[in-house]
Design a protein around this ligand. Structure first.
Ligand SMILES: Cc1ncc(COP(=O)(O)O)c(C=O)c1O
Length: 386
């Protein structure tokens, strides 16, 4: 059993999560339960492999070797029954910039891009930065969050050119079911809409749920989609900048490849090495991580139930992010965030950065030790007089 109860010392490592608190929240000593990375010691094989690679000090131009491709292909086949050919992969430094490259390659300025808020903030920012317009089909809350297919279809009719799917969905933690994905594929194919399926959280699935890669949904889905994947969330290697796109449709793939060549995009050699090692040796570690994260989520739920009963929380189906509803307190978002940072001394993500639908909500990152989460929750409970 791998150990996840030891908190890594991350202060002073230029960590966004730990070292920007003063700048962003006005207090460097807040308990950081925000940006989506984790505080666990990495897979020991990874530490060893990168140290070995660093002592072999040749850092010139490097290509992705056969072992890298094989590790990606085998990982996806064994975890998600997703069969990929090496030729279908395009390497990119990050998933967000990968999405931007896809939009740049396959849409034009002023084209409409559809997203389903509340959703990961760069889904708003990336299309906007490229001069694309946004269309929204907000998720609706029917016990759990669901797609509203009537609104979704009407947005497609309004002329959406691309839809960015978050699968699983950050921040609400949904793992989309086959029937939901089939409906998305069927509608997007009917209206000629490109689907960009961001599956960065797809390794982090809790028992009772199953991730279905968009590419496995139907032949139509294969035709109209691009999938973005990375080991970065799962194994906490986001700083190594290694992600990949999987594109089955050769015409779409060639257009993206041309754009990547235009911008001379490449992946860092340590990123390639890290991907290979975690995909080859990280399965056991990931299984243990999932057990620990599930325990964290359950401990948050029991704390909220007993000490913060006005807060609405639920068990996520995936990811180490929890979506908490504080709206019963009737605070404006700014006052809520001020209270959490200023009084409770806890850094959380404001729900509003995920869209208007996030009013009254916060996103809590449970990818850390149970003790640190407990400390944060105790401070929140004290600030809210519970
Ligand atoms: C849905 C989703 N996509 C992409 C990313 C980040 O991807 P990258 O760091 O590779 O750009 C995140 C990070 O939280 C995310 O939640």
């Amino acid at each position: 059993m791998y150990e996840f109860d030891r908190l890594l010392e991350r202060k002073g490592t230029d960590s966004i999560k730990w070292d920007t608190l003063g700048e962003l929240y006005g207090d460097p000593d807040l308990t950081p339960l925000w940006v989506a990375d984790t505080d666990f010691p990495v897979l020991p094989d990874l530490e060893r492999a990168l140290s070995e690679r660093a002592t072999n000090a040749t850092f010139g131009y490097t290509f992705a070797g056969e072992e890298y491709y094989k590790s990606v292909i085998d990982w996806n086949a064994s975890r998600n029954r997703l069969r990929i050919a090496k030729e279908e992969m395009l390497d990119v430094p990050g998933v967000v910039c990968g999405i931007s490259f896809v939009l740049a390659a396959l849409t034009k300025p002023k084209d409409k891009v559809l997203i389903c808020p509340p959703v990961y903030p760069p889904f708003f920012a990336a299309p906007k930065a490229l001069g694309r317009e946004l269309l929204f089909s907000p998720l609706r809350r029917a016990g759990r969050y669901e797609m509203d297919f009537d609104v979704f279809e009407s947005r497609l009719k309004e002329g959406a050119k691309a839809f960015i799917l978050c699968s699983p969905h950050n921040p609400v933690g949904r793992v989309w079911e086959k029937s939901e994905l089939e409906k998305i594929a069927e509608l997007c194919a009917r209206y000629g809409v490109l689907v960009i399926s961001d599956e960065i959280h797809s390794d982090l699935i809790f028992p009772g749920h199953k991730h279905i890669p968009f590419l496995n949904v139907s032949p139509k889905a294969e035709e109209i989609s691009v999938t973005a994947m990375a080991p970065s969330k799962t194994f906490n290697v986001a700083g190594l900048k290694a992600s990949y796109l999987i594109v089955r449709n050769p015409e779409i793939r060639e257009k993206i490849r041309e754009t990547l060549e235009q911008f001379h995009v490449g992946v860092n050699l340590f990123g390639y090495k890290a991907t290979e090692v975690v995909y080859r040796k990280g399965e056991r570690w990931l299984e243990d991580l999932l057990v620990y994260l599930e325990g964290n989520a359950r401990s948050v739920l029991s704390f909220v139930e007993s000490r913060l009963p006005q807060v609405e929380a639920y068990m996520p189906e995936s990811t180490y992010l929890m979506w908490l509803d504080f709206s019963a307190y009737g605070l404006e978002q700014q006052s809520l965030m001020k209270k959490l940072a200023g009084e409770a001394k806890v850094a959380l993500n404001s729900g509003k950065t995920f869209g208007e639908e996030g009013e009254g909500h916060v996103r809590l990152n449970i990818g850390t030790t149970r003790a640190l989460i407990q400390e944060g929750l105790e401070k929140i409970a004290a600030a809210f007089g519970a």
